[in-house]
Design a binder for this molecule. Structure first.
Ligand code: PEP
Ligand code: MN
Length: 263
């Protein structure tokens, strides 16, 4: 896990919600690299609430790898099926057997048979791939711990598993700040302790708006999270997905400068 950490000892993953084009990613990577970000997120297969653009899919794999690995960066993307993992592994191998990537299961991926297949595909590949699991959309501690257990039972080595708190669907709960998803920081800390794997925070999918994202990043600092995954886009208003919540790189940099100053 050490290779995922930045100079503050945290796992910081940043980048656009979705990979939209090579130029979009290139511009974002350039800014983030200057700011010391080592892990670049950009999703290829986008689960959508309503029908719409679903991401570049398979044709984005090469773009993601080519725009990160040769620059000394680690690519990160969501996978929905074990077939996605297999396609990524095939391309990743071209960069050598020690090439590194972070893959994750999104909040909507709740089929434990598929979770195990994904874990198995990674474990059997022998590649240096980390697998992150976000919490499911509904508020249930046992289920979230269970996701981690399914990944381990599928053969994923524990030292390459991490978890991510992206909040829970508000449902009928009070939501005065109109967060997109409600955080339960204390549950995240309990799951971190129970599973003994790193837990990072996703302020983007909790906040849902740029100002809320910043507030959640600040709130997250009060808890011992192991890092953060943040959506960053150079032209967020034009983003094809999650336009309201993606930060410009400058805004993430301001936050990182503040964190460094208080260290
Ligand atoms: C995402 O990271 O862009 C995403 C779809 O997140 P989640 O699975 O948390 O909704
Ligand atoms: Mn998103």
């Amino acid at each position: 896990m050490e290779e995922l950490k930045n100079n503050l000892g945290k796992i910081l993953i940043a980048g656009p919600c979705a990979l939209e084009s090579r130029l979009q990613l290139r511009e974002c990577v350039k800014a983030l690299k200057e700011d010391g970000v080592k892990i670049i997120r950009a999703s290829l297969w986008k689960p959508r609430t309503s029908p719409g653009w679903e991401g570049l899919g398979d044709e984005g794999i090469d773009i993601l790898l080519e725009e990160t690995i040769p620059h000394g960066l680690i690519p990160a993307t969501e996978v929905i099926y074990a077939e996605h993992v297999e396609k990524i592994i095939r391309e990743l191998k071209k960069y050598g057997t020690d090439a590194t990537a972070v893959l994750w299961l999104g909040a909507r991926n709740q089929n434990h048979l598929e979770q195990q297949r994904i874990a198995r595909a990674i474990a059997n590949s022998g590649m240096n791939i980390y697998l992150m699991a976000k919490n499911q959309a509904w508020h249930d501690e046992r289920h979230w711990v269970g996701i981690c257990e399914h990944l381990l039972s599928g053969g994923m080595p524990k030292d390459r598993v991490l978890l991510c708190h992206r909040g829970f669907c508000p449902g009928l709960l009070p939501n005065p700040r109109e967060y997109r998803n409600l955080p339960d920081m204390l549950m995240a800390m309990r799951v971190q302790a129970k599973t003994e794997v790193p837990m990072i925070l996703d302020p983007s999918h909790i906040g849902g708006t740029r100002d809320n994202v910043i507030d959640i990043m600040l709130e997250g600092e009060l808890y011992p999270f192991d890092g953060m995954i943040v959506e960053v886009h150079c032209n967020p208003d034009e983003a094809l997905t999650d336009a309201k919540q993606q930060l410009k790189p400058q805004r993430l940099r301001q936050h990182m400068d503040r964190l460094e100053a208080v260290q």
